[in-house]
Design a protein around this ligand. Sequence first.
Ligand code: PGA
Length: 242
Amino acid sequence: MKRKHPIIAGNWKMHKTIAETENFIERLKPSLKDAKISVLLAPPFTALETAVRMAKGYSLQIGAQNMHAGDGGAFTGEISGAMLKDVGCSFVILGHSERRQLFKETDSFIHEKLKKCLSLLLTPILCVGETQEERTQNKTRQVLERQLEGCLKNLSFHGMIAYEPVWAIGTGKSATPEMAEEAHLIIRNFLKMPQIPLLYGGSVTQENIVSLLKCPHVEGALVGGASLEVEKFKAILHNAVL
Ligand code: PGA
């Protein structure tokens, strides 16, 4: 059964300074009183501490966009899950297509991160999704199942899955509700775990959020571009509970 309250997560990617983060969350606060929605934000590492402080007392969860699978050591430039917990993160986005494509992350590498993340009781948002080419070749199911299998293997997974078709990310070309529903059903049937929330991501806007959330298996959204402007993000939150 579909859960009652939608989950809306903002992924800021490599955007926003500390001052911009402060300003954004201050202006977001009036929209955080609605108990019928879960709101999550993933600022860059440098703004996490500020975001956690600003979110105190509000129903806003703060998380990171990536983490390393190790506990610590000689990994210049990396951040561990324990460090994310230390700063007050409650979740972490893993396996985003930008990490997979630009930074060559593989399913087995993401699996290691998931394992660590779960052991620390941080909630992972695992991203999966096909490229345009794979969709054209009718390989969407195959790709989603391969990514889920490779990332989850025999983990006892507690977290969320975001279906993010690569062709829809940052392109303004969102999946139609029918496409999103079809992919979410593939994921749902593969997982056989009804308690795992399934989010859609890829050019989500205040306009298309309404029809996307009407799909029986779309339970929330991972929002990139439209989460950067507070008024646009607030409009998404508002429309998500219409
Ligand atoms: P977008 O990004 O909303 O800008 O398409 C989504 C994402 O990358 O999570």
